[in-house]
Design a protein around this ligand. Structure first.
Ligand code: ATP
Ligand code: MG
Length: 453
């Protein structure tokens, strides 16, 4: 995105010529005739750079510099001083100016300085995005586990919609992985150099949600003591993730609909419209048609958002993914808790595969984390699982072909892990696994055969 520059000078010709030179160089430049105009403009729109003269009617350049320091600290200011007035230049630098230039103005000089600031800003933003991405990845590894046919279909759909501009609505019960899918879409979208900005529409009161999404100008309401950029704008060319969309209050829904239709937002208290480019991905665990029938959700917004609808299946409808997920979480917490664990016993796995998982993958993950802390032997047994899980009817591997494949794969990985833990000692591994040495040999043979086939 081009740098936005505000040129402040009371001499119209100087101002216009400088704006032209900056525009020719690819910047987005606008002008203000004095410090007062400039300060007002900066309340409505954020500028990356402000180039200001010092002597002007109403508000001079140094006062403007201090004002901007309070209201828009991100703006970098270049002060234009007269030859020989080094005192003002020094005072400006002390008050936080990024740089100064001397009169008479040499455009090349200014353009070089702006280019330097532009590079500086790019590095800062890039750095911040990178740090954010690293943090995000650490907190939410976006690797999605699951090889069931429904997960395959999900991956295919994600691959198809990710590169488009379409809004996406992700539907699914709590804990099914909706946020993970939003991240996967962002990462596969070609927008991953820009941020993914999540916002939870249920966790924030209405007025705050409005100013978070659309921004506000200083003085728009009590407590608005600086300009605030809306997250729809902050997301830039990236993705905004509206979590719990079903809980969004109706007035905010109306404003969001307008933003989607016009591709621009109007900060609270401002008359200015700001273009937005971010892709919108939303999620909810509610039935929006039901909310529409109750008059709590706008039907027109629903159709705008549901251009592509991704339905995430509940975990109980893809039980064949449970073994791989269990392995994944055992591995995750083995590293995190720093406790050796040979995995989950076959009996415990059958219970885990039979349980209802109303809280879906999140509940499964919590269950494994808890068991990893509590278990006492070398691996997680049925007695290490919560009572509700222990009371389940265990799933039988022969319930379906997919289930039995999944169990076989799990068993092979499991044996492999136990063998490694026992330094390859098969007698010891058989003892840990609670099977005879000969059946261990049989299982190793058959899983080697399966791996080849
Ligand atoms: N396919 C998957 N593979 C591995 N981990 C997953 C998968 N799906 C979800 N998870 C993990 O399960 C947890 C819950 O996922 P997530 O937060 O995306 O669910 P959600 O649908 O947004 O839930 P809620 O509706 O409660 O907000 C997270 O820790 C996530 O990393
Ligand atoms: Mg969520």
């Amino acid at each position: 995105m081009p740098l936005r520059i505000l040129v402040v000078d009371d001499e119209e010709t100087v101002r216009e010529e400088l704006i032209d030179a900056l525009t020719d160089d690819g910047y987005e430049a606008t002008g203000a005739a004095d410090g007062q105009y400039a300060a007002e403009a900066a309340l409505e729109q954020s500028f990356d750079v402000c180039i200001t003269d010092i002597n002007m009617p109403r508000m001079n350049g140094l006062d403007l510099l201090r004002r901007l320091g309070e209201s828009s600290p991100e703006t970098m200011t270049i002060i234009v001083t007269a030859q020989g007035d080094m005192r003002s230049a020094i005072e400006a630098l002390r008050s936080g100016a990024a740089d100064y230039v001397l009169k008479p103005l040499l455009f090349e000089d200014i353009l070089a300085k702006v280019a330097r600031l532009s590079e500086q800003r790019r590095l800062v933003v890039e750095n911040r995005n990178l740090r954010q991405a690293v943090q995000d990845r650490r907190r939410h590894p976006s690797r999605m586990i699951g090889e069931s046919s429904s997960m395959d279909a999900l991956h295919e759909l994600i691959g198809k919609v990710a590169p488009t501009r379409s809004n996406v609505l992700i539907l699914g019960e709590s804990g099914t992985g909706k946020e993970l899918i939003a991240r996967a879409i962002h990462e596969a979208s070609g927008r991953s150099g820009s941020p993914l900005v999540p916002i939870n529409c249920a966790a924030i009161p209405e007025t705050l949600l409005e100013s978070e999404l659309f921004g506000h100008v200083k003085g728009a309401f009590t407590g608005a003591d600086a300009n605030k950029e809306g997250l729809l704008k902050t997301a830039g060319d990236g993705t905004i993730f509206l979590d719990e969309l079903g809980d969004m209050p109706l007035p905010v829904q109306a404003k969001l609909l307008r933003a989607i239709e016009n591709k621009e937002i109007q900060p609270v208290g401002s008359v200015r419209r700001i273009p937005i480019h971010a892709r919108i991905v939303a999620a909810t665990n509610m039935s929006l048609p039901e909310k529409i029938a109750e008059g709590k959700f706008r039907e027109d917004l629903y159709y705008r958002m549901a251009v592509v609808e991704i339905k995430v299946p509940a975990l109980r409808d893809r039980r064949e993914d449970i073994p791989a997920l269990v392995n994944h979480f055992v591995e995750k917490y083995r590293v995190e808790i720093g406790r050796p664990c040979a995995g989950v016993s076959s009996d415990a796995l059958r219970l885990l595969m039979g349980y209802e998982w109303r809280g879906n993958i999140r509940e499964l993950e919590n269950t494994i984390e808890r068991a990893m802390i509590l278990f006492e032997g070398s691996m997680i047994e049925t007695s290490d699982l919560p009572e509700v899980v222990q009371g389940t009817r265990p799933a039988e591997a022969c319930d379906s072909l997919e289930l039995s494949h999944a169990v076989h794969r799990f068993e092979a990985q499991h044996i492999d892990r136990v063998l490694t833990a026992c330094n390859g000692d098969k007698r010891e591994a058989a003892r840990v696994l609670g099977i005879s040495l000969s059946s261990l040999y049989r299982k190793i043979d058959s899983s080697a055969g399966a791996a080849k086939g």
